[in-house]
Every structure is written in structure tokens, then in C-alpha cells.
Design a protein around this ligand. Structure first.
Ligand code: FEO
Length: 391
């Protein structure tokens, strides 16, 4: 069944409980694909679902209206988790006018073979659907060039597509039905993995939305829960994250070969903790990526450790650093540590990568040959205390 979420607005999406990767992003708690149906004098479908969930969406639409009566089909973003049912909608809604952004035309044509006309809209364009008027707001690079948002002028509802979402599979549809801290934690993981590279554009878009004078009472993202009460919370969180405001806490990422770098990580963590700086420690080989990305976003201090393998860092550390670099995080206080046997190289290469990420790197980091002795572990502890003072 469709779920009525506001007067004449229905959620007709689908929940994907067992998805563990959405594209390339980790989704440990699954996700939802949120499609919306607006029923006014005209009937409007906003976005669709991943192809695997097409019939679930179609069933929900049919519980409200005959799909053949859909007048407008708005494609806010053509990535396949939202446009996966595009061809099926074309089939069941043969008279629907398809609306997308200029770049949406490119991605729709690139993904699907079809010969229907597209109506291209840009920021500020309006569409009357009866008692309501829709306004389109382009959101280029949030997070694809084709992204746009759709806003109901009279109801102050924003269909934001990817921005403001969370990868969460739940039976609830609204943030206020769950613990807000839990939802915000997942919104942070989502921001870190999907939106962080475009933080400067987030700030510009937030300014632009303010200047358009569009009050927002509800934000309906394309993933996760709907911000029905107090959407200001997620808007201000995006502003903080986009500005690079982090918390007085540290995160340590490491991989180890025979346990020496693990010992170092734990002593450094103790030094930070005893200095009053909360810390989270992740073994990069076994830890979940959305958690590690969240703490990259939220921490002022980032420490990376690795044993040396083949004169460089361990593959899992190289992998997570490559991912982090692509996320273009704001500047952090950073350093490196690790143990080595015959010859070093890991700490040198980590430092070099942290510098490429424009972090404020404390050099030369900390490294020991073979298994760290007791006095060297004390040095690790002091290293943690010394870095804690940098906050
Ligand atoms: Fe949720 Fe860019 O797709």
C-alpha cells in the first residue's frame, strides 16, 4: 500500500532490507528507494526505485491511482537506484510528460533506450498541477551533474532526492518515529560517503535556497526517512558538515601484520583518552566503511597506522586512504605511525598521502623497528597526549 505522508502526497517507494552496497557505498542497514506520488488536478510521479523493486512501486501507485493517469513523471536524478523503473513507468504511464534537468537528459539517454520527448527544466521553473505549483531547483553535483530537487510551493515540501537522505531500511517512514540521534548518525555516514566531496556546492545551494525564499516544512529525500518535523535540524547539520566543523575527538585507522602496529594504536589511543579526547580505533581490514567515513567527517584528529609491507603501507590502509582522498575531507590534524621489520616505508607513504589531502600533518610521525619495547610503547602514549594538545 502507498503511505499518505501529507495532503495528496503519497510515498510509493520500496525498502531494500538486505542491500549492503548502494553503487560503491556501504549500506550496513540496507536502504529505501523513495518515490512519491502527488495527486492534484494532475497526477505526478516523483522519481522511481531500483529496478529490482519496480513491481513493489507499481503496486503502491496502483493502490492510489491508475498509473495510466499519471500526467507528469519527474526524474530528479537518473542514477539507477532512483530511475531503475524508468522504462516500466514509460510503459504504464504512456501519456506522462517526462521532466528532468538538462544533464538529466544526458544520463537518461545514456541509461535507457527510449523515444519519448523530455521536458527540460531549470532552477525557478514552475509547473501548475491544480491547487499546487511545483518549483524545480537544479542541484548539480549533489551528487551527480543531473541532480535536481522539486518543491511544492503551497505545502513547503522539498523532494530533495539524494541530499538529506540516509541509507536505512526501516518500516518507519519519518525521522520522528525513531531515535533522532540514530537517524542523524546515519545521515552523517551518508553525507561523508556521498556528499562530502561537494561540500562547497552544498554551502552555495543552501544560500541559494535561502535566497529563493522557499520555506521548508518537510524534506522528502530519496533514501531513508522523511524529515517531517524540524527539517532545520538536517539543514543545519549539512551547513556544519559542509563548513568542515568537526568535533573534539580523534579517529585512528590502522592495519597490522604481527600485532606491533596494533599495540602502538592502542597506546596512542590511551594517550588521547587520558588527555580528554574521545577516540575511535578502526582496523581498516575488518571495519565497516560507512563507520570509518563518518568518523573522518566528525573528527578533528586523524591518525593512520600501518605495518610496512613491500616497502609501503598495507593494502587495506592504502585502500581506505584512496577512498578518503576522493571524499575531499576538510583539513584535519593528522599524523602516521607504524612498525616495520627489515626496512620501513609505510609511515613515509602515509604522511605523503595525508599531505596530498591538505591535512595539517605532524611530522615525522612515529615508527619503530620490530616489536615495540615497553619504553617505545610509552612513547606511543606520549605521542597520543602530544597530539591531543593540538585541538
Ligand atoms: Fe541514490 Fe545518486 O543515487
Amino acid at each position: 500500500m502507498a503511505l499518505r505522508i501529507a495532503d495528496s502526497v503519497y510515498w510509493v517507494g520500496a525498502v531494500d532490507w538486505n542491500l549492503r552496497f548502494c553503487g560503491s557505498y556501504t549500506t550496513p542497514l540496507g536502504t529505501s528507494y523513495n518515490a512519491y506520488l502527488l495527486v492534484d488536478r494532475k497526477t505526478v510521479l516523483v522519481d522511481t526505485v531500483k529496478g529490482t523493486h519496480t513491481m513493489e512501486m507499481v503496486g503502491r501507485i496502483k493502490s492510489v491511482v491508475d498509473p495510466a493517469k499519471i500526467d507528469y513523471f519527474i526524474v530528479n536524478h537518473a542514477e539507477l537506484d532512483h530511475a531503475g523503473a524508468f522504462k516500466e513507468v514509460l510503459r504504464i504511464a504512456p501519456n506522462a510528460e517526462i521532466i528532468c534537468s538538462d544533464r538529466g537528459r544526458d544520463s537518461l539517454k545514456g541509461h535507457f533506450d527510449f523515444d519519448r520527448e523530455l521536458t527540460i527544466v531549470k532552477t525557478g521553473d514552475e509547473l501548475n498541477i491544480g491547487k499546487r505549483n511545483l518549483v524545480f531547483i537544479e542541484a548539480r553535483m549533489l551528487h551527480w551533474p543531473d541532480n535536481m530537487m522539486t518543491y511544492i510551493k503551497e505545502d513547503h515540501i522539498l523532494f530533495s532526492n539524494d541530499p538529506f537522505g540516509q541509507h536505512l531500511a526501516t518500516s518507519q517512514r519519518f525521522v520522528d518515529e525513531l531515535d533522532e540521534k540514530f537517524v542523524m548518525d546515519h545521515a552523517a555516514r551518508y553525507y561523508a560517503q556521498i556528499v562530502m566531496p561537494y561540500s562547497q556546492l552544498v554551502l552555495k545551494k543552501l544560500e541559494e535556497v535561502k535566497s529563493l525564499n522557499v520555506p521548508i516544512d518537510m524534506i522528502c529525500p530519496a533514501h531513508g526517512l522523511i524529515w517531517r518535523k524540524n527539517p532545520e535540524k538536517i539543514l543545519s547539520a549539512y551547513e556544519r558538515w559542509a563548513k568542515g566543523e568537526a568535533e573534539d575527538r580523534a579517529v585512528i585507522y590502522f592495519d597490522t601484520m604481527w600485532g606491533s602496529t596494533d599495540l602502538m594504536a592502542r597506546e596512542i589511543a590511551k594517550g588521547l583518552t587520558d588527555s580528554g579526547v574521545p577516540v575511535t580505533v578502526y582496523n581498516t581490514r575488518t571495519s565497516e566503511w560507512s563507520l570509518m567515513a563518518r568518523d573522518l567527517l566528525l573528527s578533528k584528529i586523524v591518525l593512520v597506522g600501518s605495518a610496512t609491507l613491500n616497502m609501503t603501507m598495507m593494502p587495506s590502509v592504502a585502500g581506505i586512504l584512496a577512498f578518503f582522498k576522493s571524499l575531499r575531507p576538510p583539513p584535519k590534524i593528522a599524523s602516521a605511525f607504524g612498525s616495520f621489520g627489515w626496512g620501513g616505508g609505510a609511515v613515509r607513504d602515509i604522511i605523503s598521502t595525508l599531505k596530498e589531502m591538505k591535512f595539517n600533518v605532524i611530522e615525522p610521525g612515529l615508527q619503530f623497528k620490530w616489536v615495540p619495547r615497553e619504553d617505545q610503547l610509552r612513547e606511543c602514549y606520549e605521542f597520543g597526549k602530544q597530539i591531543a594538545q593540538k585541538i
